[in-house]
Write a protein that binds this ligand. Structure first.
Ligand code: ADP
Ligand code: MG
Length: 280
């Protein structure tokens, strides 16, 4: 297998968009799997109580099984809930279960409620025996406390955008929320990546959406786009990423190209993060 360039230090990336069904989970799982398949060490943290990323990576997340919920509540260190993806030995997963849906209310009164995930992740990554090139956090479709925790735990945001008529609707609200998090909690946070999903190159609409988003965010939008394919949508029912389920198919190839672009941008992204840190 070819090896992608590895970042000089761990890149922490939250995958968010408050719209449901735009491809957050699919993109988290498959970008992470493509990077791992090309030699990177990757951690995926599932922050959606639905646990779809856990399912798609073959990790059991039945209610009661130790998950990110126990970590947020301070009952277990992250190291004790990490599992390895059965198909990809360099891809680790912190699963989520439906128990997580209670967490927002249960921690709402804590003074450090916004940074619970960051604190737990920092401790885990501080272990000298642990090294990841990338940490991805799959967010639920909201702008609530779980998403704020994800935004506080990372230095980068990846925003999947579905190629459809209302693609840009709601993006302003997401950018505003990111601005508030930058202002109050995490000044370093950078929107580094946007990925157009469910792209149909035969339709004018898809090409228009790509052109419009690219026009607004020329250095952020990846040139790789993700086509709509049946294999991408059926892979999770086989508890796999499309990268291992259908490695030669269009979906795996597209996610491979997106992952390579993300890897190649590492030097400039890390430089931009350092610049934000120096200005903060
Ligand atoms: P989100 O996490 O933003 O809610 P998902 O990643 O779960 O979105 O995607 C929503 C639905 O669309 C899922 O059923 C998923 O399998 C399907 N889907 C996502 N991306 C694609 C794609 N490129 N081609 C076909 N189906 C897709
Ligand atoms: Mg999802």
């Amino acid at each position: 297998h070819a090896r992608f360039p590895r970042p000089a230090r761990t890149r922490r990336i939250a995958v968010a968009n408050q719209k449901g069904g735009v491809g957050k989970t699919t993109s988290t799982v498959n970008v992470a799997a493509a990077l791992a398949d090309n030699g990177a060490h990757v951690l995926v943290i599932d922050m959606d109580p639905q646990g779809n990323a856990s399912t798609a990576l073959g990790i059991d997340h039945t209610s009661g099984k130790p998950s990110v919920y126990e970590v947020l509540e301070g009952r277990l260190p992250m190291a004790e809930v990490v599992s390895t993806c059965p198909q990809l030995p360099t891809l680790d997963v912190v699963p989520a279960s439906i128990d997580l849906s209670g967490a927002e209310l249960e921690v709402a009164e804590l003074p450090n409620r916004n940074t619970l995930l960051k604190e737990a992740l920092d401790v885990y990554l501080d272990d000298p025996d642990i090294h990841y090139d990338y940490v991805f956090i799959d967010c639920p479709p909201s702008l609530g406390l779980l998403v704020i925790n994800a935004m506080c735990a990372v230095t980068e945001m990846m925003i999947p955008i579905q190629a459809e008529y209302y693609a840009l609707e709601g993006l302003g609200q997401l950018i505003n929320t990111i601005g508030l998090v930058q202002q109050h909690f995490n000044p370093v946070l950078l929107v580094s990546t946007m990925l157009i999903t469910m792209f149909d190159k035969r339709t004018l609409l898809s090409r228009e959406v790509f052109g419009e988003v690219k026009g607004h965010y020329p250095n952020i939008v990846l040139d790789a786009t993700i086509p709509r394919t049946v294999k991408i949508s059926e892979a999770p029912s086989f508890s796999q990423s499309v990268v291992t389920y259908d490695p030669k198919g269009m979906g795996a190839i597209a996610y491979g190209e997106a992952a390579l672009e993300i890897a190649r941008r590492s030097p400039s992204v890390l430089e931009a993060i350092d610049a934000r840190r120096n200005n903060a």
